[in-house]
Design a protein around this ligand. Structure first.
Ligand SMILES: C[S@@+](CC[C@H](N)C(=O)[O-])C[C@H]1O[C@@H](n2cnc3c(N)ncnc32)[C@H](O)[C@@H]1O
Length: 359
């Protein structure tokens, strides 16, 4: 079966990358030039106050060149070592620079010199703004399929983020394998990307604007589950999803729907925990009573081995009490496989800010 995730020949890969560099380095001047407006949509999910403040602190010149498609700032960031795949002008890196604090570190990797130039120009500005004695962020030229060439070593990061980039890469499996390699055990890949519910046609795949906007290279969402499993990650957990406004391209896209989805994947330990009793003990900024993983403070939840392993091996471990469950305990169902298009449509129905048209 041909799919957007399949490998292309090296020549194809180079020409796709050159088109993407042209698109983000030269064709687009600001986020307002994007054709789907995906980078300015709201999905009705409130952004925590401390994250809003961190974005507000990012220099306007950087924010003007923000081309991401969804939220990529998870919880529990203090002191983390973070990598941003396809960091662009650096908006998410600078917000993270504030949220991780002076003892954390962020590395942004990108292949487009014009984007790197903007990001590097504002490192000193943000270092001063956050009151740090030295920068805790740097930007490196490189291809995210080959992080080793950019000097990035095995088992280094607590967290990898990526915002609307993997859909631009012809070889998604190489990207996920590299992300897995450079994450520590318990590390998380928390990323936002474009997905579709249909098979993307040749015409769409070969159109440089549609590829540049993330649709030509979008995976059918189910394909991510197989890719993640093949690489060794935990099952993808959907954080949120929003529909893209593809009306400008309806002639060529036909009935295909496109959606920007934030997923979280974890690098699991070699041996998983058994079914466990887990309770959140509090302490994560913005999550006083419960975490996205649905653990209410002080209430014991019976979790399956995979989730218990995620919590006990990751940066979240210090915020949880985790014990083996009695043999009779029945775990909550493991992470469900959620159709993100349906999820976004339902969310849009309940709160009509699920599409780009809400601005
Ligand atoms: C849609 S923009 C997103 C930029 C940034 N994440 C943001 O949210 O503003 C995509 C970025 O990914 C970079 N990119 C695409 N493919 C890449 C690859 N294979 N290796 C490194 N960077 C890549 C592009 O150069 C571009 O800066």
């Amino acid at each position: 079966m041909s799919c957007a995730g399949s490998k292309k020949s090296p020549g194809d890969v180079t020409s796709v990358q050159e088109n993407v560099k042209q698109y983000y380095g030269k064709d687009l001047q600001t986020k307002d030039d994007c054709q789907t407006g995906i980078n300015c949509l709201k999905d009705g999910t409130p952004t925590p106050k401390h994250v809003q403040q961190a974005f507000a602190d990012v220099h306007e010149d950087v924010t003007l060149k923000y081309y991401g498609c969804g939220p990529v700032i998870p919880e529990a960031l203090e002191n983390c070592n973070v990598l941003d795949l396809g960091s662009g002008s650096g908006r998410d890196c600078f917000a993270l620079s504030k949220l991780i604090g002076p003892s954390g570190h962020v590395v942004g990797v990108d292949m487009t010199e014009e984007q790197l130039e903007i990001a590097r120009k504002y490192v000193d500005y943000h270092t001063k703004k956050f009151g740090y004695s030295q920068p805790n962020v740097d930007f490196v030229f490189g291809y995210i399929e080959k992080l080793g060439d950019a000097g990035i070593r095995d088992n280094t990061f607590d967290l990898i983020i990526s915002n609307c980039v993997i859909c631009l890469c012809p070889d998604k499996s190489a990207v996920l394998r590299e992300a897995y390699r450079v994450l520590k055990v318990g590390g998380e890949l928390y990323f936002s990307d474009m997905y579709t519910d249909s098979l993307v046609s040749e015409a769409v795949r070969n159109d440089p604007v549609l590829w540049g906007e993330g649709m030509g290279g979008a995976l059918r969402w189910e394909e991510l589950y197989q890719l993640a499993r093949d690489v060794g990650f935990s099952q993808p957990r959907l954080v949120t999803a929003k529909l893209a406004d593809t009306s400008k391209f309806s002639d060529v896209l036909g009935g295909a729907k496109f959606v920007s989805v934030t997923y979280r994947l974890f690098k699991l330990p070699a041996t998983l925990r058994p079914v466990s009793l887990v309770s959140y003990t509090g302490g994560i900024l913005g999550s006083p009573d419960k975490l996205q993983f649905d653990h209410a403070k002080d209430a014991e939840v019976v979790t399956d081995g995979e989730l218990a392993s995620v919590l006990s091996s990751s940066r979240f471990s210090k915020f949880f009490r985790i014990n083996d469950a009695p043999a009779s305990a029945v775990p909550q169902t493991p992470a469900p496989k959620v159709d993100p298009v349906r999820y976004a449509e339902e969310k849009n129905r309940l709160s009509p800010c699920g599409t780009v048209n809400c601005g």
